[in-house]
Design a protein around this ligand. Structure first.
Ligand SMILES: Nc1ncnc2c1ncn2[C@@H]1O[C@H](COP(=O)(O)OP(=O)(O)O)[C@@H](O)[C@H]1O
Ligand SMILES: [Mg+2]
Length: 240
């Protein structure tokens, strides 16, 4: 169960150029675990998350979510958070208005749960999104995505432009969601933070998974080890 990606291929055609974004990629992420995905720029990480979310169609290969094939767009069991919080939010809305938008058709309990989560973060639900800091906005976006009770959470560099305090709050919330059974795929260049909450590490390069570490080996990895792997990947591209 969790997420299985089998032989995923995606080629983009732009301006007469072909870019092989995913090149026969295989990956599996276990239920209730955090899988940290690291890779050089352009290695296909965002393309992979979009394929899992169903917002991008693969040229070939399969995505299985909790044992069933290929999600359709907007499947509610898959929640995705973008790097820029406003990609998930309407800046002119209040938190309460965002809750109504996100949880339209959901139970009264889930509305209550969302309001309580914001209170726990010390945020008033009548606060307007555009008046909040980038870190607060990302926390709001994360709580809204989680309020829909996804079984899969996809995070594309969620702490990239945040201060350390907000990054830690975001990652603590992600770790809590995983401990409650959510399968998390976390793309991050913030290696120290990513390693502190992950159960598995996957290294991507040129559209493929080129290395992965799980269990005690993943837990013993350091940011320095991973940086070295990334440097070696970048160097191999230059040689090629
Ligand atoms: N919509 C697109 N059209 C054309 N090329 C794209 C598009 N999206 C991504 N690419 C290219 O595909 C490759 C993988 O991109 P991406 O998945 O964004 O990598 P990453 O997130 O690891 O930086 C890159 O070479 C990128 O330039
Ligand atoms: Mg990306």
């Amino acid at each position: 169960m969790g997420v299985v990606v089998h032989e995923a291929r995606k080629i983009y055609h732009t301006w007469g150029r072909f870019v092989r974004a995913l090149d026969g990629l295989n990956l599996d992420a276990e239920t209730g675990q955090v899988t940290l995905i690291v890779g050089t720029n352009g290695s296909g990480k965002s393309t992979l998350l979009r394929a899992i979310s169903g917002s991008l169609r693969l040229d070939s290969g399969d995505v299985l979510i909790d044992g069933s094939y290929r999600p359709s767009i907007g499947r509610k069991e898959v929640g995705m958070l973008q790097q820029v919080p406003v990609a998930n939010l309407c800046p002119s809305f209040t938190i309460e208005e965002m809750i109504r938008l996100y949880l339209d058709g959901h139970s009264v309990d889930s509305w209550k749960g969302a309001r309580t989560a914001f209170q726990d973060h010390g945020m008033a639900v009548n606060s307007r999104i555009r008046e909040m800091s980038g870190g607060q906005q990302q926390l709001i976006a994360l709580e809204l995505v989680l309020a829909r009770l996804p079984s899969i959470l996809l995070l594309d560099e969620p702490t990239a432009s945040l201060d350390p305090g907000h990054s830690e709050r975001i990652l603590a919330r992600v770790a809590k969601a995983a401990s409650e059974g959510v399968t998390v795929l976390l793309v991050s260049h913030n290696l120290e933070h990513g390693l502190s909450i992950c159960d598995k590490v996957v290294l991507m390069h040129e559209g493929r998974v080129v290395n992965s570490w799980a269990g005690s080996i993943a837990r013993s990895l350091t940011a320095r080890d991973l940086k070295q792997c990334l440097v070696e990947c970048a160097a191999s591209s230059l040689e090629g």
